[in-house]
Design a binder for this molecule. Structure first.
Ligand code: 5GP
Ligand code: ZN
Length: 113
């Protein structure tokens, strides 16, 4: 997708700190971390959000999240983590390529907003 910053990162056109990659997804470090560990799970296929997501893309995303559950130790998240996906204006989504924030590495607050 042209002009999508996350597609450019996935394609290697823009540098990022890549922590994991497979055929379905790329996990990078967020450039502006909001927690001790702040990663972004990027499905490799471009779609803006869950509204645009096809059934097949939903299955892929489920596979990615399941895979993440087996990677907590290597990511330093064995004590727990929080997954967040912002959508649209009220959700303050700033990049129109679906992504899941992975937050952890410290005790997070018990409120989400
Ligand atoms: P959103 O606001 O859409 O939920 O999340 C977008 C996230 O992408 C933000 O946390 C922001 O810091 C991160 N981000 C934006 N541009 C870049 C970039 O070029 N590289 C990396 N690694 N993260 C980015
Ligand atoms: Zn994209």
């Amino acid at each position: 997708m042209e002009n999508c910053i996350f597609c450019k990162i996935i394609n290697g056109d823009i540098p990022a700190q890549r922590v994991y990659e497979d055929d379905d997804m790329l996990i990078i470090k967020d450039v502006n971390p909001q927690a001790e560990i702040h990663l972004l799970l990027l499905p490799k296929e471009h779609y803006a959000d869950i509204e645009e997501m096809s059934d097949e893309q939903a299955q892929t995303l489920a596979r990615c999240i399941k895979k993440l559950s087996g990677m907590t130790k290597q990511l330093g998240l064995e004590e727990g983590f929080r997954l967040v996906s912002n959508k649209g204006k009220h959700g303050c989504q700033s990049v129109g390529h679906l992504h899941i924030h992975i937050l952890g590495g410290e005790q997070l607050g018990d409120r989400m907003a």
